[in-house]
Design a protein around this ligand. Structure first.
Ligand code: HEM
Length: 370
């Protein structure tokens, strides 16, 4: 589903890299701010699915809207990842001293306004004579349901569904791609192996990679899994609360306890993984199922597991695969890419990734016609 949108957005990303800024002697080599490039791609992809519009572009209106959206995602993730002192000293809640709660309310107002504007645009468009039922975005589908079940599909519900997808789906996917490229730049032999896998599969470089190719590219899949193992976008998953008292391992957990799963520790545990600090995509070639017990759970598990897993794997697979297929990649200096983690709920890179890229000779022709 939505494969056309993914294809178009990945092509927009490729165009952006081809036309990017040149440095030094070589007019064909660009230095790219990969953090911004992959974030804009994931945002556009979701924005097209949810609201049918693009946010990355040259117009002032698009740049302004994209800036506003990035602020909302950053602030949402900051407040979600912050420690709430009121959880530990309830007295502060009673006497009304809770700065975090005030911040959450402020961010929520911005989120509501952002989503409501999109809903109003859709409502107005639906009133117009040129609106066609078949051009449905997710908001259109939900508004049609609102027509038949107004008490359930209220604007508030639609706002909530859209905003949770934006917040949970953009940064996580973009960060994963940024970590993956950083790992590949520090491990050029793995990058070469992935390029060979894609070249062998596509054959004579007569076309760009597509969604349907992904299932036949196990090494590329291994790169994404290995990235999610070493740098999971949600290293503590998200906080859960026990609805009843229970025993986990040998620990008694009372009802109403906040539970955090240290996924990073599980996925980097030397008792479970051979040489966990080494980037080895091939370890996933013989992997049993998607999790192999519970060793790998970057999308959580169970009823509250991530509903966007499939989408994220397709977006990351197609985008990363296309970047590998179309460009030669290099670090901007001799030094290895700094892999220090920054603060935040989604474990961003401490230093955003800048990378050098040059269109590959055999792909030049395809890129020229994007
Ligand atoms: C690499 C990308 C992604 C990663 C690593 C990721 C990871 C996660 C994790 C770990 C959780 C919490 C699961 C738990 O606590 O058991 C979660 C929840 C969620 N994710 Fe994702 N996610 C990604 C992409 C997406 C995308 C693309 C979307 C949708 C467009 C999405 C939507 C959601 C939603 C709505 C929830 C909350 C589910 C609930 O509370 O029931 N995620 N994600």
């Amino acid at each position: 589903m939505f494969a056309d949108i993914r294809r178009n957005e990945v092509r927009t990303l490729l165009q952006r890299l081809v036309r990017g800024k040149t440095i030094g002697e070589d007019p064909n080599t660009n230095v790219v701010d990969m953090k911004a490039a992959v974030f804009d791609m994931t945002l556009n992809n979701l924005m097209m699915m949810i609201a049918g519009k693009q946010y990355y572009g040259d117009s002032d209106e698009k740049l302004e809207a994209s800036k506003r959206f990035k602020e909302i995602v950053t602030e949402s993730l900051q407040v979600s990842g912050a420690t709430n002192i009121g959880d530990f000293v309830p007295l502060l809640k009673w006497i009304g001293v809770n700065k975090l709660e005030d911040k959450v309310k402020l961010v929520q107002e911005k989120r509501d306004k952002f989503m409501q504007d999109l809903i109003e645009e859709h409502k107005n468009r639906r009133k117009g004579s040129h609106w066609e039922q078949k051009n449905n975005t997710m908001i259109d589908v939900l508004l049609s349901l609102q027509d038949s079940e107004p008490d359930y599909y209220t604007d508030e519900v639609i706002r909530g569904m859209g905003m949770v997808m934006f917040t949970a789906g953009t940064d996580t996917t973009a960060i994963t791609m940024e970590w993956a490229l950083s790992l590949l730049l520090n491990n050029p032999e793995a990058l070469k192996k992935a390029q060979n896998e894609i070249d062998t599969h596509i054959g004579d470089s007569s076309r760009l990679l597509d969604d349907s190719d992904l299932a036949q590219l196990p090494y590329l899949h291994g790169i994404i899994n290995e990235t999610l193992r070493m740098y999971p976008a949600a290293p503590l998953l998200v906080p859960h609360e026990s609805s009843d008292e229970c025993i986990v391992g040998s620990f008694h957990v009372p009802r109403g306890t906040m539970l955090l799963v240290n996924l990073w520790a599980i996925q980097n545990d030397a008792k479970l993984w051979d040489k966990p600090n080494e980037f080895k995509p091939e370890r996933f070639i013989d992997f049993k199922g998607q999790r192999d017990g519970f060793r790998l759970m970057p999308f959580g598990y169970g009823r509250r597991g991530c509903p966007g897993e499939n989408l994220a794997m397709h977006v990351a697979g197609l985008a990363l695969g296309s970047l590998i297929q179309c460009f030669e990649w290099e670090r901007v200096s001799e030094e290895l890419i700094d892999m220090t983690e920054g603060p935040g709920l989604t474990m961003p890179k401490g230093i955003p990734l800048l990378a050098k890229c040059r269109p590959r000779q055999n792909i030049d022709n395809l890129l020229a016609h994007l």
